[in-house]
Design a protein. Structure first.
Length: 88
């Protein structure tokens, strides 16, 4: 779908940025889906304020996982990024 030349630094940077952006978008969509599906209670009982707070909390937790995965991909820490996703 997307042609990326990994030998060019500019293409690698653009691809990495696109990966992060798509990861954050998926995290936000999953957070909204969890709240709207009623996993945290009926939306009428929760209220709009609490629902937004839950979505923000889930999104922030997802971004932290994405950052930790990036650190593991760069070689910091022991093990691979796969174990991080298994733990969450």
């Amino acid at each position: 779908i997307i042609e990326v030349d990994q030998s060019l630094k500019e293409d690698r940077v653009l691809f990495s940025g696109a990966q992060k952006l798509v990861g954050m978008a998926i995290t936000l969509l999953e957070a909204v889906a969890y709240v709207l599906s009623g996993m945290y209670g009926d939306l009428k009982v929760l209220g709009a304020g609490n629902a937004i707070l839950i979505i923000m909390q889930l999104f922030a937790a997802g971004v932290v996982v994405l950052m930790l995965d990036e650190l593991l991909q760069k070689g910091y820490g022991m093990g691979s990024g796969i174990s991080l996703f298994i733990a969450t």
